[in-house]
Design a protein around this ligand. Sequence first.
Ligand code: PLP
Length: 235
Amino acid sequence: MQVSEAPAAETVGVAARLRAVAERIADAEAAAGREPGSVELVAVAKTHPAEVVRHALEAGHRAFGENRVQEAKAKWLALREAVPDAALHLIGPLQTNKARDAVALFDTIETVDRPKLAATLAREMDRTGRRPSCLVEVNTGEETRKAGILPAKADAFIAACRDEYGLPVEGLMCVPPLDEEPALHFALLAEIARRNGLERLSMGMSADFETAIRFGATHVRLGTAVFGPRRATAP
Ligand SMILES: *Cc1c(COP(=O)(O)O)cnc(C)c1O
């Protein structure tokens, strides 16, 4: 990637926020008695245009989250070519009819949450030979309008993803209810991961990632803390 000699003001802004966030992550790791570097930052770029993402790439950041397949496809085509080692995480709900694009584009799919989707992803991976890491999303708050498998069904679904569909399941993801103490949800997700022998835990957003790290997060998904407020409309 071309790095200009005098970085634009916005690059400095994103770079400074990345540094500040890295420091807070390191502090939270230390406070929790965790290995330095055990928590990875996934910078959530949804609604932010490619030129803003470019600032984070120029600052050396490589792991990014996107919510929507279409938005990510448009935004990342050129970025990917310029920075082949960028790692893309899908963190939004995935419709079955977008599974093909998702397998082609993403390195990690964090929102596997139902048998039909798991079967479609498995077929697409077999067809293409591309095998993005999968996380199972758990609806820890049992919210009716939220994506994710219910906690009571998680063990059976995780087993089916691995044994029946042969997906590369590496961990779990959750988005706690807005109005509840997130710690309870993080603890529940960590417990489901432990009893299923899963190591990756994607949990914690800008408002609660230090708590998530205390409860074992290996990935925190931060949008606002890295890029500032979200834009009204996606590019
Ligand atoms: C938008 C989003 C985030 C980032 O949220 P912030 O509060 O801006 O850090 C994380 N995870 C998911 C699933 C999201 O949709």
